[in-house]
Ligand binder design. Structure first.
Ligand code: PMP
Length: 350
């Protein structure tokens, strides 16, 4: 039998949000709206070139992203989805014996990516009200800590980190620890007190920000995300990247999406309005969801998670179940959300 890394063989695989035939899929925090015509046209024009490799330096899209955020292109690194950029950040920062801190529960990929890198995952429980416990996270830092993930809005709880909290946290953490602010859902965040990752990046050399085109921009299937990081860190991300990892179609669609931001923002506003409608309807039905600032809502269903998940499926609605913990329902278009609300009406609230 061939030799394989035993720690890899023990790893749980990342699980994709499920779907069922004829069901409404609200399990992957995808954007319910189809690609914009302008983005489709731009990518179609590039289809005839897919016999060629993409621009490995992703120069045009990095310049466009840099201009969007008022940073330099040297401070931008792209990857095949922000999850790949997260993997690059870990690989560039941490190896065997090093520690990576993140809140838990948070994005499912963090512990897997940390273990793949051979580093040690240090999950720090969320507070009772499902927020990052930044004091406990700062206290978890040791001389082996290389990186901290802060996910705001947090997947799957929808809670955010506020500016003053992050300021305090950064003051408490040594400057040689990279603090990565994962803002995959930032466009849906309507809380004026939320920390602005790019602003923190400008003021703190050890801060990097992760953004994705998968959520608000609706390019989940094309796979492109990016980090804004110091020139040194961004260069290291390019060093550890798999060559040609971001397709020409993805780069083209990202630029076209940035050109169409007003149109995309109108969709984001609709999703945010639907989120508030769903939260209000759930509360009117006796459920007690906490406020969410992402494109999803979180129901802490505990021991009843599997039962409620199964009942929703019977009604043709697929959400994301975290065994024994809770359910995360992605906000879809009004019709999809109505189906979810109709399905959950028949289930006794917790
Ligand atoms: N960060 C968070 C918090 C996420 O929830 C996700 C996707 N579920 C990602 C990063 C990765 O998204 P992508 O790779 O599609 O950019």
């Amino acid at each position: 039998m061939v030799q394989q890394r035993a720690d890899v063989e023990r790893l749980p695989a990342y699980v994709q949000g499920k779907s069922l035939p004829d069901a409404v899929k609200l399990s992957s925090n995808e954007n319910p709206y189809p690609p914009l015509d302008s983005v489709l046209v731009a990518t179609q024009q590039r289809l005839a070139s897919f016999h060629l490799y993409p621009d490995m330096g992703a120069v045009a899209v990095r310049e466009r992203i840099a201009a969007r955020h008022g940073v330099r292109p040297e401070e931008v690194a792209v990857g095949s989805g922000s999850v790949e950029v997260a993997a690059q950040l870990i690989t560039a920062s941490a190896g065997e014996g090093d520690e990576v801190i993140f809140a838990w529960r948070s994005f499912e990929a963090y512990p897997i990516l940390v273990q793949v890198a051979g580093a040690t995952a240090v999950p720090v429980p969320l507070t009772a009200d499902e927020r990052h416990d930044l004091d406990a996270m700062a206290a978890a830092v040791t001389p082996r800590t290389r990186l901290v993930f802060i996910c705001t809005p947090n997947n799957p709880t929808g809670t955010v980190v506020h500016t003053d909290e992050l300021e305090r946290f950064l003051a408490a953490v040594p400057k040689d620890v990279l603090v990565v602010i994962d803002e995959a859902y930032v466009h849906f965040d309507t809380d004026p007190e939320s920390a602005d990752g790019v602003d923190f990046f400008r003021r703190h050399e050890n801060v990097a920000v992760l953004h994705t085109f998968s959520k608000a921009y609706g390019l989940a299937g094309l796979r492109i995300g990016y980090a804004i990081a110091s020139e040194r860190v961004a260069a290291n991300l390019r060093r550890v990247a798999v060559p040609f990892g971001v397709s020409d179609l993805a780069q083209t669609a990202a630029i076209a999406s940035l050109d169409a931001e007003a149109e995309l923002n109108a969709r984001v506003e609709r999703i945010v309005a639907e989120r508030e409608r769903v939260l209000a309807a759930l509360r009117a039905n006796g459920w007690k969801p906490i406020d969410s600032l992402g494109n999803f809502v979180w129901l802490r269903t505990g021991d009843r998670t599997a039962e409620i998940d199964a009942a929703l499926r019977e009604h043709g609605v697929v959400v994301r179940a975290f065994a024994g913990d809770g359910l995360r329902m992605t906000i879809g278009d009004p019709e999809m959300n109505d189906r979810f609300l109709a399905a959950i009406t028949g289930i006794t609230a917790l």
